[in-house]
Design a protein around this ligand. Structure first.
Ligand code: ACM
Length: 537
């Protein structure tokens, strides 16, 4: 019997002897209109990777691959909505779910049951499945990957490819970090200087930003038009993946202030060309809020996500401490400490996002000055804040830097390419539990891995940082601890690499970088900057 190895590990998997050649089937049957889209996606993928074209029909007498919605429909964005049952039997395939999202997850599993060559863009394998019965449901509701397109812009094509890869790993969220000091990546028609000015920087620091500053003299930038974003959102939606936009305010706003200096304290520095935390922040004015609301209105028109991320990390209070505008606000609003100025922004932005029918997410610093109870907290500093946010009644997305910041070094190999700092091996990700001791699992909406891109300039750099750690992360976020213990993900990773090979992903081999991936002795050479975890609180 062929050994079945999947990532993530399904809840229950019962193999049987034998195989099913899909060429013996007459159709993909999608009786419900909501399963027609996924059926055609599957049909197209089978055709390109195996050469077998199965037509989609709403009814067919005879052996078929049947997609069926069954049972009481669960709410969207619940684990039950993503549950599915997949039966591969001698007489055909049944993929059954209570919600179309479950059908989509079952298709991802079905693609992994096929030979790896079937993931190629031209026929690379037969359309043969092992006989098996699978019942599956994710552990966590939110399983995400964040792509930082602000520090280094990536063309839309790469975002679409990352959506495909997220789908194959049964993730359900792609968080786009769209704005930061080094660039603004979303067209806002009413604020044209964002695309004209904020999206571009003159050059970029070479090597690690903490070392002697040498710059490359090469302009960098770009932004997505609203049509690009609509395409990204629709492409992801077809795969039941939620694209969450992040507009990072009121800090990390050097790019905004380069375009609209009147929103700040009067400084007029260009879009940042190096990395770190800068003291420039938005002034707490009605003009700043009007700007934020205008941006969020446009974002909500284009993105269908139930969540909009409002940023809020690393907001220095330096400028507010000497700002008459901030002092007047504090006096007027009875804000005792300057950190409360950030809370004023958080409240206003959370309320505005709610008025758009969405939920706001903030980085965990928004807790420091206080945040409305409905703000979801993406906890990054450390696990102690997961507990703190949960105890304060917030829903939490677990993103702790020491475990899921994939811009950290992959190994101690001196040949690793330049990274920000740290060490997060695939084994470390495999050993992580997103629900720390003492926290109710229901308070943890989910988990996410991060591809901050200060030191990931090209798609191949992002892929090296992402894979195979993202596969391990997907296993952690989806599979129940007992299923993971019974079948360690590091064992399943080896055959999984054949899938990444077939897809052409520039992943990091388990034994270390290939010569063209290594940092070498030039600008990309390893630089061991000390990583200090944030203190517990
Ligand atoms: C963050 O890493 N500053 C969210």
């Amino acid at each position: 019997m062929q050994r079945i190895s999947l990532i993530p590990q399904p809840s229950r998997l019962t193999p049987a002897d034998g195989e099913l050649d899909l060429a013996s089937l007459g159709a993909i049957v999608a009786a419900d209109p909501e399963t027609t889209g996924p059926a055609w996606l599957l049909s197209d993928l089978l055709a390109s990777g195996t050469g077998l074209r199965l037509a989609v029909a709403d009814a067919f007498e005879g052996p078929a691959l049947r997609l069926r919605l069954e049972g009481r429909r669960p709410e969207a964005d619940t684990t039950a909505a993503e549950a599915y049952r997949l039966e591969v039997a001698p007489g055909g395939v049944d993929l059954v779910a209570a919600h179309p999202a479950g059908i989509s997850r079952g298709i991802a599993t079905l693609r992994q049951l096929l030979p790896p060559g079937s993931l190629r863009a031209a026929p690379g394998a037969g359309a043969v499945l092992p006989l098996v019965s699978i019942e599956d449901e994710p552990r966590l509701r939110w399983r995400g990957v964040m792509i930082d397109v602000a520090r280094h812009f990536q063309a839309k094509d790469f975002v679409l490819r990352m959506i495909d890869r997220a789908w194959l790993h049964r993730l359900n969220t792609v968080h786009l970090h769209l704005t930061d000091d080094q660039g603004w990546r979303v067209e806002i028609p009413s604020r044209p200087r964002l695309a004209e000015v904020a999206a571009w920087r003159a050059e970029t620091v070479v090597g690690h930003a903490r070392e002697d500053a040498v710059y490359d003299g090469t302009p960098h930038g770009g932004y997505y038009t609203l049509d690009d974003l609509r395409e990204i959102v629709a492409y992801a939606r077809a795969r039941h993946i939620n694209v969450v936009p992040e507009i990072n305010l009121p800090g990390h706003t050097r790019s905004v202030l380069a375009a609209y200096p009147e929103l700040g304290a009067g400084q007029n520095r260009p879009v940042a060309t190096t990395f770190g935390v800068f003291e420039e922040v938005l002034e707490p004015t009605e003009e700043s809020l009007a700007f934020a609301r205008e941006v969020l209105d446009t974002v909500a028109e284009v993105f269908d996500s139930p969540f909009i991320h409002i940023g809020g990390d690393e907001v220095p209070t330096t400028q507010w401490e000497s700002s008459p505008t901030a002092a007047a606000l504090m006096e007027r609003e009875g804000i005792a400490e300057v950190r409360g100025v950030q809370a004023w922004f958080t409240r206003a932005l959370t309320e505005h996002v709610a008025s758009l029918g969405r939920r706001a997410i903030g980085w965990d610093e928004v807790l420091d000055g206080g945040a409305p109870g409905e703000t979801v907290i993406s906890v990054w500093r450390n696990e102690a804040y997961i507990k703190k946010a949960a105890e304060a009644g917030h829903e939490v997305i677990a993103i702790p830097e020491p475990y899921v910041y994939f811009d950290h070094y992959e190994s101690t190999d001196p040949g690793e390419p330049l990274r920000i700092h740290g060490l997060i091996t695939a084994e470390k990700v495999a050993g992580w539990d997103p629900v720390p001791p003492g926290v109710e699992e229901s308070a943890v909406l989910g988990a996410q891995c991060q591809l901050w891109s200060e030191y990931l300039p090209r798609p191949a750099d992002v892929e090296y940082a992402a894979f195979p750690r993202l596969a391990v992360f997907a296993d952690v976020a989806w599979a129940a601890p007992e299923a993971r213990r019974a079948s360690p993900v590091m064992d399943r990773l080896v055959p999984h690499l054949e899938r990444l090979d077939a897809l052409g992903v520039a992943y990091r081999p388990l034994e270390g970088p290939r010569p063209w991936q290594a940092g070498g002795t030039g600008a990309r050479k390893r630089s061991d900057v000390e990583f200090t975890e944030h203190p517990a609180e």
